[in-house]
Design a protein around this ligand. Structure first.
Ligand code: AMP
Ligand code: TRP
Length: 322
């Protein structure tokens, strides 16, 4: 079973990244799992060269601190492996302009007038390249990436039909709860690095005091009834999902344990602090030896290159380039 997933090194990972993606990566890691810091994707945003360089290292440290073990899985930086950009071009010749303009993530960005870069439109093709280069069976991601995954499957099938069996068609996989963590100040919108307000987004490196403050101020509702109901009580449902993801109880069981929002929120904050503090401590240690971190990531890229070179070659041959 081959697992592949990726995350952008832009901004500190937040609770959505952790519960929607990173935590399930840690649980599913084995020698067949590849996890990628997708720095080429971050170039679609406004990011200075210094920030990109630093955030790439910080995210690598954050992933290892969260429990990814470079001795077990393969952890690497996308731009260290040349086949991602090369495969991207082959797949741009298979994807259509129309299907890219229909991506919700692209339409959102276009509506916010961030879409002047051509790469914002072609972004999901590079993501398809990432995935297909590893003969991936399963892609653990948050719910917001489902449409991009469907596009990846579509591109793989079209390529196979046109050029002969070349790619494995991957499956989407999301965690059972908290696959879409919502903004703490606006539970109708997903928690996001770029859009959420400081109080709406809880970063995995937030201090205990900030976590308490953000949970306490998280928007709920006025009826005061502890009940798991996404339709009518999305703020509370979001917090129940977060509690459930950090414990072994279902959101309904968690709701039944409390009668008052205030008590629930204090216990939730304590649970988040207890879960994140060992990650924060390991992160500080890892960032203390940057040369070792760089070294680990380079080794990961060597392992990734061996697998992706063969798949790239197969695709290039199928298209008539070899
Ligand atoms: P990104 O930060 O956009 O590179 O996302 C990295 C991973 O985090 C992807 O698997 C996303 O699906 C996941 N993710 C991002 N935001 C959220 C969210 N609010 N809830 C759940 N998962 C998320
Ligand atoms: N597009 C993904 C996101 O924003 C990040 C990503 C890039 C990715 N390449 C990937 C996720 C490959 C899974 C597999 O979250």
């Amino acid at each position: 079973m081959r697992i592949f997933s990726g995350i952008q090194p832009s901004g500190t990972p937040h609770l959505g990244n952790y519960l929607g993606a990173i935590k399930s990566w840690v649980e599913s890691q084995d020698s067949g799992a590849f996890f990628c810091v997708v720095d080429l994707h971050s170039l679609t945003l406004d990011i200075t060269p210094e920030d990109l360089r630093l955030q790439r290292l910080e995210l690598s440290a954050a992933l290892i601190a969260s429990g990814l073990d470079p001795e077990v899985c393969t952890l690497f930086v996308q731009s260290h492996v040349p086949y991602h950009a090369q495969m991207n071009w082959l797949l741009e010749c298979v994807a259509s302009y129309g299907e890219l303009t229909r991506m919700v993530a692209f339409k959102d960005k276009a509506a916010r007038q961030e879409a002047q870069r051509a790469s914002l439109l072609t972004y999901p093709v590079l993501m398809a390249a990432d995935i297909l280069l590893y003969d991936t069976n399963k892609v653990p991601v948050g719910d917001d990436q489902k449409q991009h995954l469907e596009l990846t499957r579509e591109i793989a099938e079209r390529f196979n039909n046109r050029y002969g069996q070349t790619f494995t068609v991957p499956e989407f996989s999301k965690p059972p709860v908290a696959a879409r963590v919502m903004d703490l100040q606006d539970p109708t919108r997903k928690m996001s690095k770029s859009v959420s307000s400081p109080l709406g987004k809880l970063d995995i490196f937030d201090s205990a005091a900030d976590i308490e403050k953000k949970i306490k101020k998280a928007v709920t509702d006025t009826d005061g009834e502890m009940r798991y109901d996404w339709e009518n009580k999305p703020g509370l449902a979001n917090l129940l999902d977060v509690y459930s993801a950090f414990s072994s109880e279902s959101p309904e069981q968690v709701a039944a344990k409390f009668t008052r929002y205030g008590d629930f929120k204090s216990e939730l904050a304590a649970l988040i602090i207890e879960s994140l503090s060992p990650i924060q401590a390991r992160y500080t240690d890892l960032m203390g030896d940057r040369a070792e971190l760089e070294n680990l990531m380079r080794k990961g890229a060597q392992k990734a290159s061996v697998v992706s070179a063969a798949v790239y070659d197969r695709a290039a041959t199928a298209m008539g380039l070899n």
